[in-house]
Design a protein around this ligand. Structure first.
Ligand SMILES: [Mg+2]
Length: 380
């Protein structure tokens, strides 16, 4: 795409902010649930995830006291223990977390009918039609925080802004138990003070690229002429430049009302390093059952099935297969996953740390309309 094409997008739309979005993110979710269940764990460096005996696995969540040592989620336990030898580890009670998450999402849904759950501890609420201005939105957020604390004894951080991405960025600046409001006219000032890595999606690699051009803060980027930004950092750089300069970069179809599911997936992590094929298959099978029942619930048919496997060295591989036509059958998914698994040709199942199954290429089909396969094979 040429720069001229890009710049046609400096449209009125990008300068229009007509929504008020509230983003809620629970603070150190798993760790805080563990602390709630066992108050002796409060105030100390705490890791949830991995195996406390063997010190294997990865950090799922850690307490703020652990973060001080540089520990973060996704880090191998062995590395975390090196950073903080006296860290306390718990395995995690995932059934409890999902129950807590469900309850919290239920609380959130009372605050706006337009909601998007982004993970087990985070969700967006479009409160445009619930409040009349940002001050009311702030009061609503305080009420919501109290409500969450009353129902689950957990704290969260909230960001309120005209777009999802800004609301998410705002929620991060005052963690834990924070509340940050960014009104449309405040966007540039707010963004300029932040490090470039405050933008979701800008990780270590992109940071180095920016740093090589003396861009460390969003303000540094904002000051550069957009032509230069496009030349040096491409279209994503330009998108980031627009974001830090207070343009609305959210596409209409990314907004809530037209939000549609593109895939349904489930992952299972193995905390036990002695996993056997039957163990692994039990997990794969339960993931398949869950995604197929979710698809049925939403009256979605699928065509593509993907199997993801992560090994103990964190290497992750995915393989996918597309069916000839849209399907709903659990049996079909199982057969495809079995053959994909064979393609990996894994000699030692104990090397597997995670399996994930995804169905995508989704299509909403009338319930009365039978799929081709169902037509020929009445067994399903
Ligand atoms: Mg969180």
């Amino acid at each position: 795409m040429t720069l001229a094409n890009q710049m046609t997008y400096f449209s009125e739309k990008e300068q229009t902010f007509d929504k008020i979005i509230l983003y809620m993110d629970l603070d150190a979710f798993f760790a805080n649930v563990e602390i709630r269940e066992n108050p002796k764990l409060a105030g100390i460096p705490l890791i949830v995830g991995g195996n406390p005996q063997t010190k294997r696995g990865v950090v799922s969540t850690c307490s703020y006291e652990a973060r001080v040592y540089g520990i973060h989620s996704g880090m191998p336990i062995s590395q975390a223990v090196k950073l903080c030898p006296h860290v306390t580890m718990v395995r995690g009670t995932y059934k409890l977390y999902s129950k807590v998450s469900e309850n919290i999402m239920q609380v959130l849904s009372n605050y706006s009918p337009v909601m998007k759950i982004a993970g087990n501890d985070e969700a967006y609420l479009d409160v445009t039609n619930v409040v009349s201005d940002y001050e009311e939105a702030r009061k609503l957020a305080i009420e919501l925080k109290d409500d969450i604390f009353a129902s689950e004894h957990l704290t969260c951080s909230i960001g309120i802004a005209p777009t999802k991405i800004l609301a998410k960025i705002a929620s991060e600046v005052d963690k834990p138990n924070g509340l940050t409001v960014v009104r449309p006219l405040e966007i540039s000032d707010f963004m300029h003070s932040l490090k470039i890595t405050a933008i979701p999606g800008i990780g270590k690699k992109s940071y180095i690229v920016f740093k090589n051009h003396s861009v460390e803060t969003c303000g540094d980027l904002a000051k550069l002429p957009y032509q230069l930004v496009f030349q040096k950092f491409g279209k994503y750089g330009l998108k980031t430049w627009k974001l830090v300069n207070g343009y609305n970069i959210e596409k209409t179809d990314e907004k809530f009302t037209s939000h549609e599911r593109k895939s349904i997936s489930e992952e299972r992590t193995f905390f036990n390093r002695y996993s056997s094929w039957p163990d692994i298959w039990v997990h794969i099978d339960s993931a398949i059952k869950t995604i197929v029942s979710k698809a049925k619930e939403k009256k979605m048919h699928f065509r593509t099935i993907t199997l993801k496997i992560r090994f103990k060295d964190f290497e992750t591989a995915t393989r996918a297969h597309s069916l000839l036509c849209h399907e709903t059958s659990e049996k079909q998914v199982r057969e495809v996953v079995k053959s994909l698994l064979e393609e990996y040709n894994i000699k030692d199942p104990t090397h597997i740390r995670l399996v994930g199954v995804k169905i995508s290429n989704l299509k909403k089909i009338d319930v009365n309309q039978r799929t081709l396969a169902q037509f020929f094979n009445k067994s399903d």
